[in-house]
Design a protein around this ligand. Structure first.
Ligand code: ARG
Length: 475
C-alpha cells in the first residue's frame, strides 16, 4: 500500500522503490519524526480537528511506536518508503481508524523539513559540547607544560620560540570560532516549517505558531514555499563541520609531524597509536592522519549538497532527499573524530627537552638583537640588516653568533644575554603574544570562553524538547 493509492492504479515498481526509498538511512530521524508528530497531533486537537479521545489514542500510539523504536522491536515493512511512512503505517496499525487522521493538514514536505531541523539542532549541540571537551583537554595540557617552549615556525622554518601552551591554544581558539559558528547557525536552523503543508499552507484552522512553540522552535516559517524547499540550514551545518574538520586536520598534521623521529616532539600513548602488520618496530599516528583526511570528506559533503541545491526550482523537489546522508555521515564522523582526538591529545607526552633544544638556536633571538638596537635609536631596517649580515657571517664562516655580536661596535657584550637559552621567549610580552606573561592572561581568557560557550549550549538545550530515544535503523 502506498500513500497515494487513490491516484495511481498500480503498486510502484520494485526498481522505483529500490532507487527512491530512504528508510535505510532516514530511520535515524525516527525520534524527531515522533516528536514532530506529537506536536502536530496537539495542534490538531487545539484546532478542534481531532476530539480529545482521538487525540489521546493517537498520542498513545505515537508513544508506543517510540518505545518500539527505542527497544529495537519496531519492524519495518517492505512498503515503508521512508521513516514518515513507516511511523504513520505503524500508528495506524495500533490506533485503528483514527490513524487515518494523523496526516491531516500535513505533508511529508513540511514533516521532513521539521524532522531535519530537530535533528540538526540536537546534533549541533552535541557536537559543540564535544568540541569544548577537546578544548578543555588542550587547556589542561597547556597548563601542565607551564613555561615549556618550542620553535614557532613560518614557512615551516624555525622563526621564534613560542610557549607550547601558546601553540596548543592557537588550535583551541580556532575551535572557539567553530563553536561560535555552530551556535549562530542554530539560530537560523531553529525555525519550524510545520504547517507549511505540501507547499502552500492549509485551509484547516492550524496554528503553526503554537506547534513551533511546542517543539521548542524560536519561531515558525514566514513563507510556506521557502519552508519546504530550502536546506540552507543543512548547508550551514555542513559548512561549520567542514571548517571544524579543516581546523582539526591542521592539528592532525602537526601531530603527524611532531611524532616523526625527525621532530620527536611528541610521543603517542600506545592506546592512541597503531602498529604495522609487517614492520615490527612501527608506531603510527593513524588518528591524526584520519583527522587530516576526514576534512576532505566533510568538504565533499558540503559541496555535494550545494550542488544538489543549485538551480532547484521552488518548492519541494525529491532532490532534497539527498540532503540526509551527507548530514548524517558528517555528524557521525565528527563525533568519532572529536572523541579520538580528545583521547590522543589527552594522553600524548611531549618531549619538552627536545622542543626546547630545537628552539634554543642563537638565531631564534635575531629579532631581539635587532629590537635591542632599535631601543638604542637605530632605525629598524638598519638594525635588521645589521643582524641579518651577522647571521649570514656566522653561517658562512662557522662562527658562533655570540662571538660576532660581541665583536660588533653597535652591539658588544651587553645584548649577549638575549642569546641565552630560554630568554627570547620571555621577551614576547605584548597582549596575545607567545611569552609567559600574555599566555597566562590568555589561559584565563580561554577558560572563561569555554565556560561561557558551555553555558550558551546548555541554555539552547534547556529550552528544546529533547528527542532522546535511541533509534535503531532497519537491518
Ligand atoms: N523522503 C523524503 C525526503 O527525504 C520525504 C519527503 C517526500 N515527499 C514527497 N513529496 N515525496 O525528502
Amino acid at each position: 500500500m502506498t500513500l497515494w493509492e487513490g491516484r495511481l492504479g498500480r503498486d510502484p515498481a520494485e526498481a522505483l522503490m529500490a532507487f527512491s526509498g530512504s528508510v535505510g538511512f532516514d530511520a535515524r530521524l525516527a525520534a524527531d519524526d515522533l516528536d514532530g508528530s506529537c506536536a502536530h497531533v496537539r495542534g490538531l486537537l487545539k484546532a478542534g480537528i481531532l476530539n480529545a479521545e482521538e487525540g489521546a489514542v493517537l498520542l498513545a500510539a505515537l508513544e508506543h511506536v517510540k518505545e518500539e523504536l527505542a527497544q529495537g522491536s519496531f519492524v519495518f515493512a517492505p512498503g515503508d518508503e521512508d521513516i514518515h511512512t513507516a511511523v504513520e503505517r505503524r500508528v495506524t496499525e495500533i490506533a485503528g481508524d483514527v490513524g487515518a487522521k494523523l496526516h491531516t493538514g500535513r505533508s511529508r514536505n513540511d514533516q521532513v523539513a521539521t524532522d531535519l531541523r530537530l535533528y540538526v539542532r540536537r546534533e549541533m549541540i552535541a557536537i559543540g559540547n564535544k568540541v569544548i571537551d577537546l578544548q578543555e583537554v588542550m587547556l589542561r595540557r597547556a597548563r601542565e607544560v607551564e613555561d615549556a617552549y618550542l620553535p614557532g615556525y613560518t614557512h615551516m622554518q624555525r622563526a621564534q620560540p613560542v610557549l607550547l601552551a601558546h601553540h596548543l591554544l592557537a588550535h583551541g581558539w580556532a575551535l572557539s570560532r567553530d563553536v561560535d559558528r555552530l551556535i549562530d547557525g542554530l539560530r537560523r536552523a531553529n525555525i519550524s516549517p510545520l504547517g507549511a503543508g505540501a507547499l502552500a499552507g492549509s485551509s484547516l484552522p492550524l496554528d503553526p505558531d503554537s506547534v513551533a512553540k511546542e517543539m521548542g522552535f524560536d519561531a515558525r516559517f514566514e513563507n510556506s514555499l521557502d519552508a519546504v524547499s530550502d536546506r540552507d540550514f543543512v548547508a550551514e551545518a555542513l559548512f561549520v563541520l567542514a571548517l571544524l574538520g579543516v581546523h582539526l586536520s591542521r592539528l592532525g598534521e602537526e601531530v603527524v609531524l611532531w611524532s616523526t623521529q625527525e621532530f620527536g616532539f611528541l610521543h603517542l600513548a600506545d592506546a592512541f597509536a597503531t602498529g604495522s602488520s609487517m614492520l615490527p618496530q612501527k608506531k603510527n599516528p593513524d588518528i591524526a592522519e584520519l583527522a587530516r583526511a576526514k576534512a576532505g570528506r566533510f568538504i565533499g559533503h558540503l559541496t555535494g549538497l550545494l550542488a544538489t541545491l543549485k538551480g532547484l526550482p521552488l518548492s519541494y523537489n525529491r532532490d532534497l532527499q539527498e540532503d540526509k546522508e551527507p548530514l548524517f555521515d558528517a555528524c557521525q564522523q565528527m563525533e568519532l573524530e572529536l572523541d579520538a582526538l580528545g583521547g590522543l591529545v589527552s594522553t600524548a607526552s611531549f618531549d619538552l627537552a627536545r622542543m626546547q633544544e630545537a628552539a634554543d638556536g642563537e638565531d631564534g633571538a635575531a629579532v631581539d638583537l635587532a629590537e635591542w638596537l632599535v631601543e638604542r635609536g637605530m632605525p629598524f631596517r638598519q638594525a635588521h640588516a645589521t643582524v641579518g649580515s651577522l647571521v649570514r657571517d656566522s653561517i658562512e664562516r662557522h662562527v658562533p653568533l655570540a662571538e660576532l655580536v660581541q665583536a660588533h661596535p653597535a652591539l658588544g657584550s651587553e645584548p649577549l644575554g638575549l642569546l641565552l637559552p630560554g630568554v627570547a621567549v620571555t621577551r614576547r610580552t605584548t597582549p596575545g603574544g607567545a611569552g609567559p606573561k600574555p599566555v597566562a592572561d590568555q589561559m584565563s581568557r580561554f577558560q572563561r570562553r569555554l565556560t561561557l560557550d558551555r553555558e550558551r549550549l546548555a541554555h539552547m538545550a534547556a529550552h528544546l524538547e529533547p528527542a532522546d530515544q535511541a533509534v535503531h535503523a532497519p537491518s
